[in-house]
Design a protein. Structure first.
Length: 119
């Protein structure tokens, strides 16, 4: 099982980034996919989630109206489009896969990608 994030980097406030997560080694289309983030000294927090077929999404209040999560089950990819970025969005962003109603052995994390929002 692998989740490989990409697309992070340094961006100015107000800018945009698109994070990608490439999944392999499991039946991607059955899994809820999420993006989490962890800032220095803070707990990891949910940013956005999308159901297995992509029919429903959920966002943290801090992400609503600025971030969009999407997925392509044909390509085993999940994305996070981040617009109007703020310095407080600076964090390591993690991709997370979870098979509903299953144990923790069916939950996977990526290694993370750094997003830094700074002038």
């Amino acid at each position: 099982v692998q989740l490989v994030e990409s697309g992070g980097g340094l961006v100015q406030p107000g800018g945009s980034l698109r994070l990608s997560c490439a999944a392999s080694g499991f039946t991607f289309s059955r899994y809820v996919m999420s993006w989490y983030r962890q800032a220095p000294g803070k707990e990891r927090e949910l940013v956005a989630a999308i159901t297995s077929a992509g029919g429903s999404t959920n966002y943290a209040d801090s992400a609503k109206g600025r971030f969009t999560i999407s997925r392509d089950n044909a390509k085993n990819m999940v994305y996070l489009q981040m617009n109007s970025l703020k310095p407080e969005d600076t964090a390591v962003y993690f991709c997370y896969a979870d098979l509903p109603w299953s144990g923790p052995e069916f939950a996977y994390w990526g290694q993370g990608t750094q997003v830094t929002v700074s002038a």
